[in-house]
Design a protein around this ligand. Structure first.
Ligand code: ATP
Length: 214
């Protein structure tokens, strides 16, 4: 069976250490060799990212320059429709087959709002969900049904992620980073430093492009 691979979707406006560092630890813990960053397309009727799609990709490139774990896939930016994870995963399966063990990485906040995702019930037939902790979010669902669904699918052992192509949820024991892109944009607009929050190469790019300024 081929190696476990993971996709990590996000708006990345901008990418920050709250994305990169937990995923590096997750990869070490699970033996994950490769993570594909999937910047998403935000449909026109939704609040738009401040950075353009090209700028968000450029920031990803700056961030991963020295991190061989990561690569970038811009497929979601290349279509006009909303970024539905389930559609992207189906396309991935068509290309790579049904057998490859595939993870989709999310933060705890995304796990808790998963029932709002398009066709969320289909996700576990396409991938494992690899969940990074995020400070400020409860570890349990409010909804007993969702909590039961979570417990039914929890992986008991890392080997399940490698031996099966999809179907499990892994709650990773990752370090907590109280960082959000919203907070970074807010700090930039108020001329406050962000040095500890994202890679220096991304800050340099933001400065050069004059991003996140009023
Ligand atoms: P924004 O503040 O603009 O909403 P964000 O910082 O939450 O953005 P996204 O690009 O929306 O970043 O997040 C992509 C994915 O990364 C989501 O699954 C989210 O849960 C996860 N994530 C973002 N920040 C963190 C963090 N500090 N710790 C763990 N996971 C995170």
């Amino acid at each position: 069976m081929s190696e476990l691979h993971a996709l990590f979707g996000g708006t990345f406006d901008p990418i920050h250490f709250g994305h990169l560092r937990p995923v590096k630890v997750l990869a070490q813990q699970t033996g994950l060799q490769r993570v594909t960053l999937l910047p998403n397309n935000v449909p026109p009727h939704r609040p738009q990212p401040e950075a353009s799609a090209a700028q968000r990709v450029a920031m990803l490139r700056c961030a991963i320059r020295d991190l061989p774990l990561f690569e970038i896939d811009t497929r979601e930016l290349e279509r006009d429709t909303p970024s539905w994870t389930v559609t992207t995963l189906e396309a991935w399966r068509t290309e790579r087959g049904a057998e490859q063990p595939l993870g989709f990485i999310i933060g705890q906040d995304s796990l808790l709002s998963l029932s709002k995702w398009h066709r969320w019930q289909d996700l576990l037939s396409l991938c494992h969900l690899l969940v990074c902790q995020r400070p400020g979010y409860p570890t349990r669902f409010d909804s007993p049904d969702m909590q039961r669904w979570l417990e039914q699918h929890l992986a008991q052992d890392i080997r399940q992620l490698h031996q099966q192509p999809a179907g499990h949820i892994w709650l990773a024991d990752t370090p907590l980073y109280d960082i959000s892109a919203t907070e970074i944009r807010r700090r930039r607009h108020q001329n406050q430093p962000c040095d500890d929050l994202l890679p220096a190469a991304v800050i340099d790019y933001i400065d050069r492009e004059g991003l996140y300024r009023d």
